[in-house]
Design a protein around this ligand. Structure first.
Ligand code: TYD
Ligand code: MG
Length: 455
């Protein structure tokens, strides 16, 4: 029999089991079940009789309650991902790999909000106040009226946030907090859930916006922030490709805004710099564009972003040809290769295929299909695309090029950055200074590339 109050919690998915096992029956992860004791101290539960009887009050859809103004921090990339500033009383989870720059980002956000007049706190459970201060000084934030604290006790943090009226508080990180109401260790699912629950309640009841920082690890050694995603109002992922200075803040859930917005930053000596024009960043503008490169006119949220897609098709040295892809979906690459083989007569069976999205960006839009196909064909034929050409369009299994959303925004961005042509789906949209070569079938587009036939 399990000990009184003992349960086994999967540190990956948060499922609770009554007995230990090597594999979590809920999510299938191995070695993630950890014993956690969850006995509540006496008196923690209110007796049912103490609960006040209240009546459910209904309201109409047309009831007007003015929503309180958003907290605009002044860090534009952050504010946009939030949906136009931080909603008051909201709880936001920012997750990311250790070392990607979460602490740096939130210190900047908090300092920026403090400069804008908000009452802000930055509570670190990982660094001493001295360290945070030194970092802030190096980043040129020393003058911001930001209140710092180093604390890991949930009770002390809650009391501190109740004692003073704050508008905005950062808790870095949720995995370092511990609550004395639970015996499980810091970073366990029980503790992380308890801390997130209490802090989210505080945010709602006091109208203070709270950002929880959460480390994400693949091995499940510490509780994944996934187990608290449902509790918070917004979940943002902070991502970066190793070896690149670019960092992308991506909305995964947002009760107060769109989730397809991204914020782009560049990590430097003085912290994160906002990148207002990501197109310039993801484009390789130096030198000639070689065979195998295509400029994709994409959309990231509300913003058009131009990015170079690079392909290399080379004879395979071994029986099993390699397919490697960075920044794009490998399943999508397999599909495009199959369509190129079946509908356009290209053959990749004995060739290695590499596809890379420049700058460390990750593309999820189907509109990139045609650009990827163009890059692959360009490399296969060793025939460069025109320097001044952008490409976009979705490809169907039957080899058609399908229209995509917001063609005008894509073309305008391309024209603004000096591009003069576009290889695109059939469209009526015109942009001054830019010639659109429409292709309704993939094979037509591929033939243009093969014969360098550009009007
Ligand atoms: P950090 O914010 O501590 O990451 P996280 O909180 O996600 O674990 O940032 C870690 C990295 O960022 C560290 O390797 C150093 C780098 N960095 C800079 O390059 N420039 C800077 O100004 C700062 C503050 C950090
Ligand atoms: Mg950190």
């Amino acid at each position: 029999m399990a000990r009184d109050g003992a349960q086994y919690v999967c540190q990956s998915c948060g499922a609770v089991q009554t007995r230990w096992g090597g594999q979590c029956p809920a999510c299938g992860a191995w070695n993630t079940l950890v014993e956690e004791i969850t006995s509540r101290p006496p008196g923690a539960l209110k007796p049912a009789s103490a609960a006040r009887k209240s009546r459910l009050a209904f309201e109409g859809l047309d009831t007007q309650t003015p929503s309180p103004p958003r907290l605009v921090t002044g860090l534009g990339e952050w504010d946009r991902v939030c949906g136009g500033g931080v909603a008051p009383g909201s709880a936001i989870l920012v997750g990311g790999d250790p070392g990607v720059g979460k602490s740096t980002l939130l210190l900047q956000v908090a300092a920026s909000a403090a400069r804008a007049g908000a009452r802000c706190a930055y509570i670190s459970g990982e660094e001493a106040v001295e360290q945070v201060r030194a970092r802030a000084q190096r980043m040129g934030l020393a003058d911001a009226p930001l209140k710092l604290a180093a604390e890991t006790s949930l009770r002390t943090i809650l009391e501190g946030l109740k004692a003073e009226p704050f508008d905005f508080a950062v808790i870095d990180s949720i995995q370092t907090l511990w609550s004395d109401a639970h015996e499980a260790g810091p970073g366990s699912v029980t503790q992380v859930r308890a801390a997130a629950g209490e802090l989210t309640r505080l945010a709602k009841s006091r109208g203070v916006s709270i950002v929880l920082v959460g480390h994400v690890t693949k091995d499940g050694a510490i509780a994944g922030p996934r187990v608290i995603e449902h509790m918070v109002d917004a979940v943002f992922a902070f991502e970066g490709e190793r070896g690149y200075p670019f960092r992308i803040l991506r909305g995964a859930k947002n009760r107060f805004g769109a989730t397809d917005e991204i914020g782009v930053f560049e990590m430097g000596d003085a912290g994160l710099a906002e990148v207002k024009n990501p197109s310039a960043l993801f484009l390789n503008t130096s030198g000639e564009r070689a065979a195998g490169a295509a400029v994709f006119a994409g959309l990231e949220g509300s913003r058009p972003v131009l990015v170079e897609i690079q392909a290399l098709v080379a004879p395979s040295a071994y029986g099993n040809p390699r397919r490697a892809v960075v920044g794009w979906d490998s399943g999508r690459l397999a599909m495009i290769l199959a369509v190129l083989e079946a509908r356009c007569g290209l053959s990749f069976g004995d060739r290695d295929v590499y596809l890379n999205v420049a700058g460390g960006l990750r593309i999820t839009e189907p509109a990139a299909d045609l650009a990827a196909a163009a890059a692959l064909a360009s490399s296969a034929f060793d025939q460069a695309l025109p320097q001044d050409c952008v490409v976009f369009g979705e490809i169907s299994l039957s080899g058609e090029v399908r229209p995509v959303s917001r063609i005008d925004a894509r073309l305008k961005e391309a024209a603004k950055l000096g591009f003069r042509r576009a290889l695109a789906p059939q469209t009526e949209v015109q942009t001054p200074g830019l010639k659109v070569t429409s292709a309704s079938r993939l094979v037509d587009a591929i033939q243009r590339i093969e014969h360098a036939d550009w009007p």
